[in-house]
Write a protein that binds this ligand. Structure first.
Ligand code: NAI
Length: 255
């Protein structure tokens, strides 16, 4: 039985991923702030270390899959906590569980990014450079200094995508696949909170995908399940947009 760690398992996309993986026969080790096998706060280095240690103990040091869903939207209490969870909450889990994955059977990692990652200018943000240099104190300080939660969100998703592409080069020879799923608008509590926000709710409500609707978590989980399966055995280091055409709409001729 494949053993897969899933973060952000208590809600939205993570909960749908757990349900589908379990239905496909995986043993899921869930991580979240609440209602999970491992209760941990992924916004802090201490919480992430505790999560990794508990996951290693739960899987006995051998892991077949890792799916990082835990994330905060732009309505989170601060820009730094968005960066802490969305970037370091994924990268520290990948790094911490990499050894266990090398011992797994056809191991695979999926990180949940976002269509927001293609927002122009993200590659030039100092906070993104600090994230990619793995300098957490500088990244958090830059994020709070910028005080633009939407930039912290898009920047963290851009950085985590670049991290995955870099990791693909390192992990391929070890037999570990890694990919990113970039959703558009998905009906979850995160989207509810963003839509209701006085600062950017209207823009979010008006940004409708060409397909004419938002998705539901199961539509994102379907793709995660594929990426974690043998059917995706040659899919590595890529970004799959599951966004109803939002990326195609927002940068039609820029690819
Ligand atoms: P959600 O709010 O339903 O679920 C997020 C989960 O992450 C929750 O269970 C929450 O407890 C957990 N989490 C947050 N902070 C945490 C922390 N410090 N420690 C441990 N767990 C923590 O949101 P949703 O929409 O399911 O989000 C899942 C992922 O999908 C996120 O990475 C989000 O950025 C991404 N995404 C969501 C989109 C949407 O429209 N809903 C669009 C694009 C990407």
């Amino acid at each position: 039985m494949a053993v897969t760690v899933v973060t952000g398992s208590a809600s939205g996309i993570g909960a749908a991923v757990c349900e589908q993986l379990e239905r496909a026969g995986h043993r899921v080790i869930s991580i979240d702030r609440q209602n999970a096998d491992i209760v941990a706060d992924l916004s802090s280095a201490t919480g992430r270390r505790a999560a990794v240690e508990a996951a290693l103990a739960a899987c006995g040091g051998t892991l077949d899959g890792l799916v990082c869903c835990a994330g905060l939207g732009p309505t989170a209490p601060s820009s730094s906590v968005i960066v802490g969870v969305n970037f370091f909450g994924m990268t520290d889990l990948v790094d911490g569980l990499q050894g266990a994955l090398t011992r797994g059977i056809k191991p695979a990692i999926t990180l949940i990014g976002s269509v927001a990652s293609v927002h122009p200018g993200m590659d030039r943000l100092p906070m993104v450079a600090a994230m990619l240099a793995n300098d957490e104190p500088a990244a958090l300080a830059q994020a709070d200094a910028m005080a633009m939660p939407q930039a912290a969100y898009a920047g963290s998703k851009y950085a985590v995508t670049v991290f995955a592409r870099r990791k693909a080069v390192e992990l391929g020879p070890q037999g570990i696949r890694i990919n990113v799923v970039a959703p558009g608008a998905v009906e979850t509590p995160l989207l509810d909170a963003s839509r209701a926000d006085a600062r950017f709710g209207e823009a979010i409500r008006n940004f409708v995908a060409p397909i004419g609707r938002n998705s539901v978590p199961a539509e994102i989980a379907n793709v995660v399940l594929f990426l974690q399966s043998e059917q995706a055995s040659f899919v590595h280091g890529t970004v799959i947009f599951v966004d109803g055409g939002m990326d195609a709409m927002s940068r039609t001729d820029r690819y």
